[in-house]
Design a protein around this ligand. Structure first.
Ligand SMILES: [Zn+2]
Length: 284
């Protein structure tokens, strides 16, 4: 059963397995996941604002009264961590690099998000960051008694330098966060496209379950890995083809959109791809 979160939050609570829920944002907004085990609840990402996170916790409370024992921040992007203050736990786990980026670039990212979502600017404009309290370099296992969460760094620079994924082996569920977008062009500004493709292929090959939760868009199956790889590869191929023919950036942009234009937010996000590929190929 899909339940709309209270107060018209624009997020739907979707059950994935007993005690496991995805919270899916509408119109390309970020997703989160809650996992209940015998010993408590782990929350994976805190949505865009403390208000969104509070509504998620209210919906969670309708399913369990167990304490939240940990919050995982999958990466530093504000739309996944600005709700931290409304998740009732002091144990906030992130990759060391994500923590660093929040400290050094959090304000700049917040300003950028205020521009992208002016309607949310009053809520995040003077937000006090609640920073991660437990930093990991590689991997961490959380054992809730009857459910195990394997938290892993992706191993490379991909969507960002500090992407964490969470696998629930007993449920066959993979929380990919922003390494995978479903039906939406990912934000690539902080990414490395080749590293990203390599990470996606490794994750696809290492995961034996059936459920993949993207960072944005609806839940899907294993095919989401290959679909994301195809999008990234398609854009790279189009842009490098224009470059090798001596074309302009505008031509590269238009070509890139022929590969990705059907995806939500493609038009406003494609320039970051062109810039990344152009810089890498020409060192300009
Ligand atoms: Zn992101």
């Amino acid at each position: 059963m899909i339940t709309e979160l209270p107060h018209a939050t624009g997020v739907a609570q979707v059950p994935l397995a007993p005690g496991v829920y995805a919270y899916l944002g509408e119109h390309g907004m970020p997703n989160a996941v809650t996992v209940e085990g015998r010993d408590g609840v782990v929350v994976i990402d805190s949505l865009f604002t403390p208000r969104h996170a509070a509504h998620m916790i209210e919906a969670l409370r309708a399913t369990t009264d167990k304490p939240v024992v940990a919050l995982v921040n999958t990466h530093f992007h504000g739309d996944h961590v600005f709700g931290n203050s409304a998740v009732p736990t002091d144990r906030i786990i992130a990759h060391r690099s994500a923590h660093e980026r929040l400290l050094t670039g959090g304000d700049a990212y917040r300003e950028l998000l205020c521009g992208v979502r002016p309607d949310l600017a009053p809520e995040i404009g003077d937000l006090e960051f609640v920073l991660p309290t437990e930093l990991i370099d590689d991997r961490l296992t959380l054992d809730l008694g009857d459910v195990r969460l394997d938290i892993r760094h992706s191993g490379r620079h991909a969507h960002t330098t500090g992407d964490l994924v969470v696998e629930l082996p007993s449920h066959g569920i993979f929380v990919a966060s922003d390494l995978v977008f479903n039906g939406i062009l990912p934000v690539a500004r902080d990414g490395d496209l080749d590293g990203w493709i390599a990470v996606l292929a490794e994750q696809r090959d290492g995961f034996t379950g059936d459920v993949v939760v993207p960072g944005h868009g609806v839940v899907g199956g294993r095919e989401l890995f290959d679909r994301q790889i195809d999008v990234l590869r398609g854009v790279i191929e189009k842009v490098t083809a224009v470059l090798s023919e001596g074309g302009s950036r505008d031509e590269a942009r238009a070509a890139a959109l022929t590969a990705a234009g059907a995806l939500l937010h493609a038009d406003e996000r494609i320039d970051a791809y062109v810039n990344l590929i152009w810089t890498k190929e020409t060192n300009l």
